[in-house]
Write a protein that binds this ligand. Structure first.
Ligand code: MIC
Ligand code: SF4
Length: 647
């Protein structure tokens, strides 16, 4: 049977299972990436697995999230990671070298290879034809150890792109359009593949913007063909030999096809506070803004930044707005410095931030209370900017700069017409500036390397087996679309990632009422009384990031099961990895009305799990049946108490 690109790559890497949508499969992983906020735990886990040296073709650890260095925690993490990478055979990308996804695309990605990353935006690599998947740190640690990655073979949605984008409409508007169609929930178990004559009109950075934000759809991966444009990109990176062509085979079938005419698109904005809450910019134009940011792994390429400079040339940022840029990599920043773009940006009043995640994950540049922030990022979940009840709009770089110039949300096409401005055509440089000295290559033999473990580096998580009966209460009952940012706040707390007891104190902090016990207080009181903690949630629980702390910290506090209407892919896998049982309501009525503090009992859970999918439970005095959709292997993992539990 003819295969799509994703099916070809999965087939070439298949270790176990059948390539039938919905079936469990496991695949060989060629490359891994970790970032620092998830990497410390991933490496503590790798150490706990007693793996002397990684077995992948390439594994890279990036320092990009925790670069604020307020106190010693971040720098202690860096020292630990640099030394453990040297010991285990992993490349180490130093702070300042850039955001993992941008740098990986530039320096390591290879069409046709598989990449597993401990960050949800790992699918950025799909922009050059990789099957690139985000996962929890433990799954990535296992991949580094050479263990195949387990996933559900995805259904494939084909997105046919036709025509060519008009002036001032960009790749960001394409993915926002896709989000408006597919939304940010209900896409578990699917992957997206782009095809059609419109593909050739998009450069690699544009494709990478689109695959990057596929994470917001909740799909497993998003992939573009590898064509001449991909070849030119890799050649310009000095890696032409890594190129190979990739396209869907003649007659390949998609489970669903969506057609997008690029020339009909207009500038779009994702309105507060979900990336799928999309409207044309024209509909929200005129809203006063206090700050604008061009950056994050979605829109920080050389192409994006050169457009910013071209639009700012000869103008000044509105006094109402603070404009900042965070170039995605040292390569991008250096090229901006060399071609004069940086000088133009500075002259226009732009603030230059480090090549790192920074404000995207609430590390500085938080907006003033009650004001609008306009960003080129991929997520606008409530409070993610670091300001309570923020209003964050996600837009393209062109819309961001138009807004920075006027002080109000502005459609760039409308502003250009007023100013008689044309969008400059972007020509990819024949050669990017390649300088890999910020990437430390590990020694051939790391056995003598001393691993530096300062006092802020904690222990890997300790897991315990699932008891025979779960008897306890709902520590919290939350609504739909609860993100991992709600569960495990980042921002100022990000530096606690390598220390579970400290980080666990802020689980669900956004729901703590002043003067009342926090989630951590309530859960640990139950745990210490020998009772089980439960989390009750609606649809699409665990949206967003790959952070496994959203499972590890609740586990540490004694949570044994999550009862939800639906759970997003990476989070569901993380729960299993740490021995928390994901269970699903079969009827919305069974979920509605459950209150925090309601008693929950699941008798003989070990027996019930071994017997089948229907799990009988008593919730708030009512007998209900919940569904368990785990494979036999995953049930065994939960029974044992997680992948790190002793046999
Ligand atoms: C994010 O964008 O939310 C993050 C921070 O990059 C996370 C990873 C993390 O929480 O460390 C992600 O996307 O997986
Ligand atoms: Fe970093 Fe933001 Fe990208 Fe996450 S989404 S990797 S925080 S830039």
């Amino acid at each position: 049977m003819s295969k799509t690109i994703i099916q070809q790559i999965l087939a070439a890497h298949l270790v176990e299972g059948e390539l039938v949508a919905g079936s469990p499969i496991s695949i060989k992983i060629d490359q891994t990436l970790c970032q620092d906020a998830t990497g410390t735990m991933a490496f503590l886990e790798l150490e706990a697995m007693n793996v002397p040296r990684v077995k992948t073709e390439v594994s890279v650890q990036y320092i990009d999230h925790n670069t604020n260095q307020m106190g010693p925690e971040n720098a202690n993490d860096h020292l630990y990671l640099q030394s453990v990478c040297a010991a285990k055979g992993v490349r180490y990308s130093r702070p300042g070298n850039g955001i993992c996804h941008q740098v990986h695309l530039e320096r390591f990605g290879i069409p046709g290879k598989t990449l597993l990353g401990s960050d949800s935006h790992t699918p950025t690599g799909g922009g050059i034809g990789m099957v690139a998947i985000g996962a929890g740190g433990l799954d990535v640690a296992r991949a580094m150890a050479g263990i195949p990655f387990k996933l559900t073979c995805p259904k494939i949605i084909g997105i046919k792109l036709t025509g060519k984008l008009r002036e001032w409409v960009s790749a960001k508007d394409v993915i926002l359009k896709v989000l408006s169609i597919l939304s940010s929930k209900g896409n578990v178990g699917t992957a997206v593949e782009y095809f059609g004559d419109g593909v050739a009109t998009l450069s690699v950075p544009e494709r990478a913007t689109i695959t990057n934000m596929g994470a917001e759809l909740g799909v497993t991966t998003s992939v573009f063909p590898s064509d001449d444009e991909t070849r030119r990109f890799l050649e310009a990176e000095g890696r032409g030999a890594d190129w190979k062509p990739l396209a869907a085979e003649e007659g390949a079938q998609y489970d669903r096809v969506i057609e997008i005419a690029l020339d009909e698109l207009v500038p779009m904005a994702a309105c507060p506070s979900n990336p799928a809450n999309v409207k044309p910019v024209a509909e929200v134009a005129g809203l006063p803004c206090s700050q604008v940011l061009v950056g994050s792994c979605t829109n920080s390429s050389l192409k994006d930044m050169q457009l910013v400079a071209a639009m700012l040339k000869g103008h000044a940022v509105s006094p109402a707005v603070s404009l900042a840029i965070a170039p995605g990599s040292k390569q991008v920043l250096r090229m901006l410095a060399e071609d004069g773009s940086l000088a133009i940006m500075l002259a226009a009043g732009c603030r230059i931030l480090e090549s790192a995640c920074g404000p995207c994950i609430g590390q500085g540049f938080s907006p003033a209370s009650g004001t609008i922030s306009v960003r080129t990022n991929n997520r606008n979940f409530l409070n993610r900017t670091g300001t309570k009840d923020d209003q964050c709009y996600l837009v393209s770089p062109a819309t961001a700069v138009a807004t920075a110039l006027t002080g109000v949300l502005t459609d760039p096409a409308a502003l250009a017409q007023e100013l008689g401005m044309h969008e400059p055509a972007w020509k990819m440089p024949e050669h990017f500036v390649v300088d890999d000295r910020m990437i430390i290559v590990p020694p051939a033999d790391g056995s003598q390397v001393e691993i530096v473990r300062k006092e802020t580096i904690g222990e890997p998580p300790h897991c315990t087996a699932l008891p025979d009966t779960l008897d306890g209460e709902a520590v919290i009952a939350v609504g739909d679309r609860i993100t991992t940012d709600h569960i495990m706040p980042a921002g100022a707390n990000l530096k606690l990632r390598s220390n579970i007891p400290r980080y666990a104190k802020v689980v669900f902090d956004c729901f703590t009422e002043a003067g009342k016990p926090s989630f951590a207080d309530r859960a640990s009181a139950l745990r210490d009384a020998g009772k089980a903690g439960f989390i009750v949630a609606g649809e699409s629980y665990g949206q967003g990031s790959s952070r496994e702390h959203a499972a590890i910290c609740p586990m540490y506090l004694g949570v044994k099961a999550v009862l939800a209407i639906s759970i997003e892919r990476i989070h569901a896998a993380n729960l299993v990895n740490f021995g928390i049982l994901p269970l699903y309501f079969q009827k919305r009525e069974d979920y509605e009305g459950i209150q925090q503090g309601d008693k929950i009992t699941i008798c003989d859970i070990r027996k019930q799990l071994s017997a089948g999918d229907d799990i009988r439970a008593c919730v708030g005095g009512k007998e209900i049946t919940l569904k368990c959709n785990l494979t036999a292997a995953d049930r065994a993992v939960v029974l044992k108490g997680g992948l790190l539990a002793a046999e």
